[in-house]
Ligand binder design. Structure first.
Ligand SMILES: [Zn+2]
Length: 321
């Protein structure tokens, strides 16, 4: 049995997965049409190097770029009841879930983690639009509650990255229930005096906008992100009028007082560190205080510093020895 699970199965798996190596090394920018090399794109946090368009980024990649040294610990989220309504449209709900899990490599539409950014301990939660449109079901509700409870226990601020098409229709009223549930979770943080910062990413819509995504102490958005309850197409059809340009986009909402900041993805980390340290009454961040980026570079610098400061001691020791 061991031989089968430890040797044969990995071999078979590797044979099959080898064929699935992605050959699409290029991504076309949906805004300007430039072909972007995948490594260049990921090095630039999935922002187009030509036109600065912010392409979607997975929660895992975002956390890897956000946390110091890319190190974070996942916070466990309790599993909700599976398929309570036995929902079926063209596909069964569990089949849709499985397909999304296979496509994204993630369990559900939200990832919760804790770690440090700029030596500031935080809890973070990020929603995955590529997982069934980031839809808010019971799992996402549980994830936000787990994140808030962890933040409370550890007395850390909570940073939430939203991206969602709204509530998960396959869970019906149970998904809508997540609106008050998550609102209560945010309220728990407020009562404990812990900062809750929301970063709205493209797109954040529906019930998510109507609950936890709009309740932050500080509301930041990524450039040109669509943030709305009902989308522009629906509104246009309802009121039969042409909407102004940039309607419901981050910059428009900033101008109209719905947001505090619109921040480029490359500047987001530093800005979060500044805001969280300010709200947590911690000393201002200093670049020099950050841990060295490459572990291999650390000893060389330390040895040099040591050699300078401890030269007399060392020579003394050598003489004595
Ligand atoms: Zn572009």
């Amino acid at each position: 049995m061991n031989w089968i699970t430890n040797y044969v199965r990995p071999r078979i798996n590797s044979l099959f997965s080898r064929r699935e190596v992605p050959e699409n090394l290029w991504t076309k920018c949906p805004e300007c049409g430039t072909m972007l090399f995948h490594r260049e794109l990921s090095d630039n946090l999935n922002v187009c190097t030509n036109c600065d368009h912010h392409l979607p980024i997975s929660p895992r990649d975002r956390f890897a770029a956000l946390f110091d040294g890319g190190a974070f610990v996942e916070v466990k989220v309790p599993d909700p009841v599976a398929d309570p309504l036995q929902f079926r449209d063209q596909k069964k709900y569990p089949d849709r879930l499985r397909a999304a899990q296979k496509a994204t490599g993630e369990k559900e539409a939200m990832l919760v983690a804790e770690g440090e950014i700029g030596r500031t301990p935080i809890v973070a939660a990020a929603q995955d639009f590529s997982f069934m449109g980031g839809s808010m079901g019971m799992y996402v509700g549980n994830a936000i509650i787990a994140a808030a409870e962890r933040a409370l226990r550890r007395k850390r601020p909570l940073v939430l990255f939203s991206a969602a098409g709204g509530a998960r229709m396959q869970e019906g009223i149970l998904s809508l229930m997540q609106m008050p549930r998550t609102t209560v979770a945010v309220e728990m943080l407020r009562e404990a005096g812990l900062p809750y910062v929301v970063v709205l990413t493209h797109p954040t819509t529906g019930g998510v906008t109507a609950s936890y995504a709009m309740l932050g102490d500080v509301q930041i958005a990524e450039p040109n992100a669509l943030i709305c309850f009902a989308g522009p197409r629906v509104i246009e059809q309802t009121i039969r009028e042409k909407l102004p340009e940039g309607f419901q986009r981050a910059e428009y909402l900033l101008e109209h007082g719905m947001l505090d900041r619109v921040t480029h993805r490359s500047a987001l980390r530093d800005e979060l560190v500044s805001i969280l340290r300010m709200l947590g009454r911690l000393p201002a961040p200093t670049k020099a205080d950050l841990p060295p980026p490459a572990p291999s570079a650390a000893p060389a610098i330390e040895v040099k510093a040591d050699a300078k400061t401890r030269t007399p001691e060392k020579t003394g020791a050598a003489r004595a020895g």
